[in-house]
Design a binder for this molecule. Sequence first.
Ligand SMILES: *Cc1c(COP(=O)(O)O)cnc(C)c1O
Length: 425
Amino acid sequence: MEKRNLETICIQGGWKPKKGEPRVLPIYQSTTFKYDTSDQMGRLFDLEDSGYFYTRLQNPTNDAVASKIAELEGGVGAMLTSSGQAANFYAILNICKEGDHIVSSAPIYGGTFNLFAVTMKKMGIDFTFIDPDASEEEISKAFKPNTKGLFAETLSNPSLVVLDIEKFAKIAHSHGVPLIIDNTFATPINCRPFEWGADIVTHSTTKYMDGHAMAVGGCIVDSGNFDWDAHADKFPGLTTPDASYHGIIYTQKFGKGAYITKATVQLMRDLGSIPSPQNAFLLNVGLETLHLRVQRHCENAQKVAEYLAANDKIAWVNYSGLKDNKYYELAQKYMPNGSCGVISFGLKGGRDASIEFMDKLKMIAIVTHVADARTSVLHPASHTHRQLTEEQLIEAGVQPDLIRLSVGIENVNDIIADIEQALNN
Ligand SMILES: *Cc1c(COP(=O)(O)O)cnc(C)c1O
């Protein structure tokens, strides 16, 4: 496919109508698909032909949206999931079994931390959490013979650590494992991790991609770049016969698409966390304006961050667009057009003052959401990260007074006015 600009892919990617077909992506609200002969259908079950037969495996609406996201990220293929949680779970389960190990950045989304540290641990997959700012040597010490991957977020939610993706890719590859990046906050508009050496990208499409807080969803994108056969002993699920498909070997049959094909035809077949075609349709509507919205989110967030930084009631502000931010340089390298619309900050009065401030906001709503069109606010220590101990909170980069402000795409003066009245009343 010719290489197109991101703005064009947002609009034109995915659905490609043929003569007389609907111009707009149709919602294929059908569980099943019809065939003329038994043999035609049989060949699909053997992966000898490709085609639709049951929506749990593939659906034309879902696939069109997945292919738009794959093109935005510059990958060879993608699979939609019913949530971001399912995306991260499958991304790892696709290369791990009981007894395996993953090295993960510690500052990550609270839900992902629980998934890894509690639920997947119970399944026998072990995680070591590391400080993403540590040196290559330090991070390398966490690797073991049974390590199957390195995981991190481009921009961590909610602590906004900017990842040195090249450093992480180098570490992962020196240990013969893929780098898996959750690119939810940056979106491919601001950062495309494959260009810096990442192998697999995941998304909670619930956030900026949907952008209107309408549909929970996720996505896994495969760069096609990781050479599974070169590390065949580590990844038997991809490089040895799959008994559930008459012994096919994914890397032999699907080449660069081995990983994402296995995720679809094996994990999705067996575990079934698919989005409804209706939700995929809504996601596609969101994607059509992603480039415009992300730009406005970043412009507004920059102005709000500068306002907060200059206000004497504010103890600290974390936004990588501020010149004195610890991650300013890294953000300039990986996200020169802006990072995201999320800012974190604390009030001089500490935890109690932060909570009081939030209760006084009028337009800006307290919601368990980030990264949609409406400005919203959340106190992670009381909400999303409530399950974590004080120690785990600090490890996840969440100070007890941290307020997560998700700057929307309203007029920025109205956003600042609401913050100002809540600070002064
Ligand atoms: C929200 C989020 C998730 C989880 O996604 P859901 O769609 O809520 O399941 C995973 N990673 C990051 C970075 C997130 O912000």
